[in-house]
Ligand binder design. Structure first.
Ligand SMILES: Cc1cc2nc3c(=O)[nH]c(=O)nc-3n(C[C@H](O)[C@H](O)[C@H](O)COP(=O)(O)O)c2cc1C
Length: 158
């Protein structure tokens, strides 16, 4: 059984989108090795349409260079990245995506692949609190999302 087979077995039924890539971070890498059905539902791209491509295909006009540079830096330095990005569906529609990239390590500590857990950031339901007119869960608007600050806040993104 290959790693891709193993990840497929685990990720196929998940409701959270999963993207697995190789470890080559130099352009045009990393290369997508596997995506699950939840990724297809969120992004509009089937696995067949993205295998062999880079996750950069999810980027678009509103993708901030400072964010992609931050991902590149984090992945190189720590092998992981956790934050919120503006991604684009196949239809061209933008969506906010929480993405948590982790390295898949072998017993010797070598990175075999990167595994990303991705989900669309949507307004959550909650009871309004008395001191916040927006309710307990504030509406998510891109201007309010500072990926750098989020990543720096260990309480939010450890
Ligand atoms: C597993 C994995 C999933 C990724 N998913 C996304 C994504 O959903 N959206 C995005 O903009 N970048 C994503 N990236 C990051 C890009 O592939 C790339 O690393 C980033 O754009 C920084 O590199 P660059 O500066 O060469 O563009 C992902 C990377 C990995 C390893």
């Amino acid at each position: 059984m290959t790693i891709v087979d193993l990840i497929r077995t685990f990720a196929e039924p998940l409701t959270m989108a999963v993207v697995m890539t190789d470890v080559d971070l130099e352009r045009p890498g990393p290369t997508i090795l596997y995506t699950n059905p939840a990724f297809a539902r969120m992004s509009g791209y089937t696995a067949a349409q993205v295998l062999g491509a880079s996750p950069r295909l999810l980027q678009g006009p509103g993708t901030a260079m400072q964010h992609t540079r931050l991902i590149a830096r984090r992945l190189r330095a720590e092998g992981r990245f956790h934050g919120v990005l503006q991604n684009y569906r196949r239809s061209g529609e933008a969506y906010l995506c929480e993405i948590d990239v982790r390295p898949l390590l072998n017993g010797g500590g070598e990175t075999l692949a990167f595994l990303a857990f991705e989900r669309e950031v949507v307004r959550r339901r909650g009871r309004p609190s008395s001191n916040d007119p927006h309710g307990r869960y504030r509406p998510v608007v891109p201007e309010l999302l500072d990926v750098g600050a989020m990543c720096a806040a260990p309480s939010l993104f450890g």
